[in-house]
Design a protein around this ligand. Structure first.
Ligand code: HEC
Length: 149
């Protein structure tokens, strides 16, 4: 029975991986995926900060690394022609105010880098490191995402 359960878990993990692999190649879908990953990291860290989950330095660092990965890729996913479609929540001003959008992305990336460099080892340090990052998430969404947080 135990080995059967293990098998089921392995199979469902496989489906999750496949789901990601076949999610679609359009820039709209790719940036949606990246932001979903970003949201996952925010959940991991948010639950620790709210005391819902115990502090876990490795899991927090993994979430920060996910954000750094997203920060490195997100800006490439707004080519001409991807302004609409796939229920995108990207606002048209990403294309009309590309400089402002890049600046918002850079500000976020810098906050993420600083948080990684701080390598938080307790809850207080995590709050101090992640706080500025969350502010930049919000700032970018307010300007460049259709649905506000
Ligand atoms: C530089 C701008 C920017 C930053 C920084 C940013 N986001 Fe986003 N976010 C967007 C845009 C644009 C979209 C809409 C993407 C689309 O639909 O094409 C989005 C969408 C999302 C979504 C919805 C996923 C989807 O596409 O439906 C979540 C969740 C999200 N962001 C969470 C976060 C969190 C959490 C942070 C910070 C840890 C963050 N974002 C930082 C611009 C940003």
């Amino acid at each position: 029975m135990a080995s059967f359960r293990k098998f089921t878990i392995t199979v469902s993990l496989l489906f999750v991986t496949m789901g990601l692999a076949v999610a679609g190649d359009s820039p709209q879908e790719q940036r949606h995926e990246l932001m979903e990953d970003t949201g996952g990291g925010a959940k991991t860290i948010g639950k620790m900060l709210e005391g819902e989950n115990p502090f876990d330095a490795a899991a927090a660092m993994e979430a920060l690394q996910t954000w750094a990965k997203v920060a490195g890729q997100f800006g490439d996913l707004f080519p001409e022609g991807s302004e609409t479609g796939f229920d995108t929540e990207a606002k048209p001003n990403i294309w009309s105010d590309r400089e402002g959008f890049d600046a918002a992305l850079n500000a976020w990336a810098e906050a993420v880098d600083a948080a990684i460099a701080a390598s938080p080892q307790d809850l207080e340090a995590l709050g101090a490191a992640a706080g500025p990052v969350f502010k930049k998430c919000k700032a970018c969404h307010e300007e460049y995402r259709v649905k506000d947080e």
